[in-house]
Design a protein around this ligand. Structure first.
Ligand code: ADE
Length: 247
């Protein structure tokens, strides 16, 4: 069970984006909860402003510290604890599967989504515990990164995926990419399903899939192979792909 609390100026975007499909079903089953908190509800200014021009000049607007910190404090009073606050920023550590596994063990997670030119540094100093990015590119706000991370973390919560085993056997588990999958029909536009998958021989199927994972990782993400745990036999197989015999 993970309870997500998203501090945002666009609560509808977050709430609507996360209440569909697998995550919506998981929330209905009580395996997780998503709460989008509108930072604007915590402004004390009469015009409802949550941003202002940067001190020192420059383009754009900066989100003010007070509504953000007040929204977080109100949440903490309600929860009776001060959960981890993940600030979405391209300046952060790049999110990955390993971090998702760590975060899936938390009971409450707060995502702070910035907009405009950023957030007043004092709010970050006061409440942010982690600075996280989803990759080396710049988005207009932190909502999509928060949704990406919530999706990724949630599928690791037991019961969220129908098949309890499947989260473990996918791409990046063990630093190998997933093997190719096939379903009916046996032949499509002249392309046949690999014979071994029709054999019913489970050991051979397992061995074929493992080899495909290794081959695919070598072809598409060779950087991952350095961290993969391969048996001596599998290392031998890798050498046959990496250095094909000349004939
Ligand atoms: N905000 C804007 N761009 C971002 C990124 N790449 N990751 C996380 N937060 C962001």
């Amino acid at each position: 069970m993970v309870n997500y609390h998203v501090l945002t100026l666009f609560p509808d975007m977050v709430a609507e984006g996360l209440n569909t499909s697998i995550l919506g079903r998981a929330a209905a089953k009580g395996l997780l909860s998503v709460e989008a908190i509108n930072i604007r509800d915590y402004t004390k200014e009469k015009h409802g402003h949550v941003d202002d021009a940067p001190y020192g000049g420059g383009a754009g607007m900066v989100m003010q510290a007070a509504p953000i910190c007040d929204a977080y404090d109100a949440l903490c009073s309600r929860l009776g604890k001060r959960p981890r606050v993940l600030y979405m920023t391209p300046q952060g550590r790049v999110f990955n599967q390993k971090l998702a596994q760590e975060l899936a063990r938390e009971e409450d997670l707060v995502f702070l989504c910035g907009h405009y030119e950023g957030v007043d540094e004092r709010a970050l100093e006061l409440i942010a515990t982690d600075y996280l990015s989803i990759g080396d590119y710049v988005l207009t706000g932190g909502e999509l990164p928060a949704m990406v991370m919530i999706d990724c973390i949630s599928r690791l919560i037991p019961g969220v995926l129908n098949n309890g085993a499947s989260a473990e056997f996918e791409s990046f588990h063990d630093n190998l990419l997933e093997y190719p999958q096939y379903t009916r029909p046996e032949s499509y536009r002249g392309q046949k399903v690999p014979e071994v998958l029709l054999s019913g021989h489970h050991k051979n199927i397992e061995a074929w899939r493992r080899e495909q994972s290794i081959r695919r990782t070598w072809e598409r993400r060779p950087d991952l192979l350095e961290k993969a745990q391969l048996s001596p036999k599998e290392k031998g197989y890798l050498e046959t792909i990496a250095k094909p015999a000349h004939g």
